[in-house]
Design a protein around this ligand. Structure first.
Ligand SMILES: [Zn+2]
Length: 301
């Protein structure tokens, strides 16, 4: 009996440590991460307390057996919940290469974080370009680190960070064109994601223009929706992100330096996903304006 209690104590301690410290894994792999974290902590806490009590206090064999049976049942129930709520990625039969281009360190997460996470889970390769370090909008050192943390959380193969002047990217038009052309040569993307022309932020417009110039010979360019998109943003391509809304929320929260801004809140991120989902007749989606799109590039996303 005692050895069984020890095993449950150790197992419960490991589960609690994973639930406390392994938030990123849970947010990327489970559809209801907050609820499963709470249940893991609650269940493992009860198992830990009951088995510790049995080790420290002499209890009747019947009670010890009951604690072991209840611990097994608790572990099985948590495992069943994890399995049923896991993100079910559909593996692509034709893996694609995606190049995602943003003006600022948090643009990709806010605009297409769900899509990128889903693409990566499906087996596609995603590389990112960030054109400025975002020093006007926050702490330059933190923003740079957060861009890399966000990319790592989503699973990007690479993220390249340029330091063209924040808020004045239009002054670096040709330099950005050169940088994007070089990235297109290096990554040979099947799909390019970038800012929309229907966006009131001057840097977003500059990156949109530079992308279209650099990708003038490319067949598939989709423009994503930033919080600064205007009312003219009118998507006609949608990516279902029902299983990835909470991953997107978490990816946005990685950018703690920007946490005070209203468009960074989980409610806003979920709201935009629900609104675009309603347009796409899905629970949640991200919308895109195609500049042009070879539809075969979006099969099995
Ligand atoms: Zn931006």
């Amino acid at each position: 009996m005692a050895s069984s209690h020890v095993i449950f104590v150790l197992g419960a301690a490991i589960v609690m440590a994973v639930a406390c410290g392994g938030g990123a894994w849970i947010y990327r792999r489970v559809r209801k991460p907050q609820l499963i974290r709470m249940l893991l902590l609650l269940g493992a806490g009860l198992v830990l307390a009951a088995n510790t009590f049995c080790l420290l206090v002499k209890v009747a064999d019947l009670w010890a057996a009951a604690v072991i049976a209840a611990s097994l049942a608790c572990g099985a129930a948590l495992a069943a919940l994890l399995l049923s709520w896991r993100v079910k990625a559909v593996h692509a039969t034709l893996p694609r290469r995606v190049l995602a281009i943003g003006a600022h360190p948090d643009d990709l997460e806010l605009a297409c974080g769900g899509t990128l996470a889903k693409f990566i889970d499906s087996g596609h390769e995603v590389n990112g370009l960030i054109m400025s370090d975002g020093r006007v909008g926050g702490d330059v050192g933190e923003r740079s680190k957060e861009a890399h943390r966000g990319a790592a959380f989503m699973g990007l193969t690479s993220i390249r960070h340029f330091d063209f002047t924040d808020t004045r990217l239009a002054e670096h038009g040709q330099e950005m064109v050169n940088a994007i052309e070089e990235a297109i040569r290096r990554f040979n993307p099947d799909i390019i994601l970038t800012h929309s022309k229907h966006d009131q932020h001057q840097d977003h417009q500059a990156v949109h223009d530079a992308t279209l110039r650099a990708a003038r010979q490319h067949h598939s360019i989709l423009c994503y929706e930033s919080p600064s998109a205007t009312r003219d943003f009118n998507p006609s391509v949608f990516i279902d992100i029902e299983d990835y809304v909470e991953a997107k929320v978490r990816a946005v929260q990685v950018h703690r330096d920007q946490a005070g801004k209203p468009y960074m809140t989980p409610a806003r991120v979920r709201g935009v996903a629900a609104f675009r989902g309603s347009q796409a007749k899905r629970a949640a989606a991200e919308g895109y304006e195609p500049v042009r799109l070879l539809t075969s590039e979006l099969r099995n996303p």
